[in-house]
Design a protein around this ligand. Structure first.
Ligand code: ZN
Ligand code: ZN
Ligand code: ZN
Length: 271
């Protein structure tokens, strides 16, 4: 399987507009300044593309989806899976319309997430009669058990993330994708134990956050789950790829936009 990290940033992206407005010199760790010249510090909103046997699955359709699709020349998508109903993870759905010209695309998510999407984009789900084009044709399917999606085995992994009742991590074949999490119970840990590759939320380094894990917590969880490789994702400008990267175990890495990894964990290319 080929994994493309389309976006690796938290909901504000990096640089967040705040740092641009205040001036990059006031960025706490200088990461936003670095992002202007080193793309590993520039982070669009979180999403990954998985490809296997000619099939393409996208996990989360970020608010930056259009830009990511252009950057990676994504010409076909066979299915969409959403982790949860926060806008940074599904804000790009309007642009999915270009992939539904010939046939509808199925979106898999928890029932709570599907409902949030319906409420956020009511125009997509209203009767079409007499209306113009430009509306993605989506089939909304609840993901509440392991199932085959476009040739990938996708298992929902319930996690705790703020007040959401049905936030999911996703086990896709032997890869774990958990972009937003504060806590998961023993049953969910069991599902993610010993994977080939774990893609895990790591929000920032310092200052406790109510709904996300910090670097030390993410490393601790990763060590417990013991994957062969771990890539941290959904990061703020508080994570310096170079400086903080030295603190990671040798099987851990901060992901970055454009990182492509194959199942044998060879780094293929930076876009
Ligand atoms: Zn998020
Ligand atoms: Zn900054
Ligand atoms: Zn979230």
């Amino acid at each position: 399987m080929k994994i493309t990290f389309l976006g690796t940033g938290t909901s504000h992206g990096v640089p967040p507009l705040d740092c641009m407005i205040r001036g990059y010199d006031r960025c706490p760790k200088g990461v936003c300044r670095k992002s202007l010249t080193d793309p590993r510090h520039s982070r669009t909103r979180t999403s990954v593309l998985l490809q296997k046997n000619g099939k393409t699955l996208i996990a989360d359709v970020s608010a930056d989806f259009r830009q990511q699709a252009l950057r990676h020349n994504i010409r076909k998508i066979d299915a969409v899976v959403l982790s949860h109903g926060h806008i940074d993870h599904f804000g790009g759905l309007p642009d999915i319309r270009s992939y539904t010209e010939e046939e509808p695309l199925t979106v898999y998510a928890s029932s709570e997430t599907l409902e949030t999407v319906r409420q956020s984009f009511p125009y997509m789900f209203e009767a079409r009669k007499g209306r113009g084009g430009g509306i993605p044709r989506l089939i909304m399917e609840e993901l509440n058990c392991a199932r085959d999606i476009a040739g990938f085995t996708v298992t929902p992994v319930p996690v705790t993330h703020g007040s959401l009742k049905e936030c999911l991590g996703l086990k896709i074949d032997n890869i774990g994708y958990v972009p937003d999490v504060k806590y998961m119970d023993a049953g969910s840990e069991e599902l993610l134990m010993g994977l080939d590759c774990l893609i895990l939320n790591c929000l920032r380094d310092q200052r406790e956050h109510a709904t996300h894990m910090l670097l030390d917590q993410s490393m601790e969880l990763a060590r417990r789950l013991a994957p062969k490789r771990c890539y941290f994702i959904h990061m703020t400008h508080d994570i310096d790829y170079e400086v903080d990267g030295k603190r990671l175990d040798n099987w851990m890495e901060f992901s970055y936009d454009g990182l492509v990894v194959d199942v044998d964990y060879n780094l293929l290319t930076l876009f």
